[in-house]
Design a protein around this ligand. Structure first.
Ligand code: DX5
Ligand code: ZN
Length: 216
């Protein structure tokens, strides 16, 4: 997979006309669909589940990246694969048996990512980095779109990059939360491969132009 990818977050799309926003992303230079699933237990918000996932799969022509902000993700990964996920990311903080859960996802034939909350140090990945396709660094506390970017994410990108180099893996680094036109270039320069953006894209007057801007 090439880097410098943009993954618009469907969480900020117009659910009254989801097909229109999905088709906008299909036609835009965006690379992935980022799908935020929240259960009201792991995070203090509920987003959506399988019916919305079905609609995304029905119209999307690009890679589908599912970010599970739920407790006991192992109970649902099989169904998300069935509904079209190409990559599933699970939170380190939500998994008692992270190694088992990563391999459960990979055995289903899709890519596996691990997400770290802003308060979780990168060092917890020392024994899993060789098994995962992507590290998702949360740059806000998960649960809501439109929050302010947490600056210490840059330090965590450098630490993740160092870990990837130490273990010589091809793991991608993704950053999620508060990404916009002002910080995207520096995030890519710092070593991020994939940037998620919700509010910056969908609340802009020209979402396609904003995606183009984020990619540059
Ligand atoms: C936060 C979600 C993010 C969020 C990003 O819990 O994981 O993907 O939608 O939204 P913005 O870009 O608005 O911060
Ligand atoms: Zn997300």
């Amino acid at each position: 997979m090439k880097n410098k990818l943009i993954a618009p977050s469907i969480l900020s799309a117009d659910f009254g006309n989801l097909q229109k926003d999905i088709e906008m992303i299909n036609k835009s230079p965006a690379d992935w669909f980022h799908v935020d699933v929240m259960d009201g237990r792991f995070v203090p918000n509920i987003s959506f589940g399988f019916p919305v996932m079905k609609t995304i799969k029905q119209y999307a022509t690009k890679f589908i990246d599912v970010h599970l902000m739920i407790v006991e993700p192992e109970k649902y990964v099989k169904d998300f694969v069935k509904e079209g996920a190409d990559l599933i990311s699970i939170h380190y903080e939500a998994c008692t048996h992270l190694h088992r859960n990563i391999h459960q996802i990979k055995d289903l034939g899709v890519k596996a990512g691990v997400v770290l909350n802003p308060s979780t140090p990168v060092s917890v990945l020392e024994d899993t980095i060789m098994d995962i396709d992507l590290v998702l660094l949360m740059s806000v506390n998960p649960g809501f779109g439109g929050q302010k970017f947490i600056e210490h994410t840059y330090k965590k990108i450098h630490q993740t990059k160092a870990l990837i180099q130490q273990y010589e893996t091809n793991t991608l680094i993704q950053v999620d939360g508060g990404v916009n036109q002002h910080n995207a270039a520096l995030l890519f320069k710092s070593g991020a491969d994939v940037l998620v953006a919700g509010n910056a894209i969908f609340s802009s007057p020209n979402p396609t132009a904003t995606i183009e801007m984020l990619k540059k």
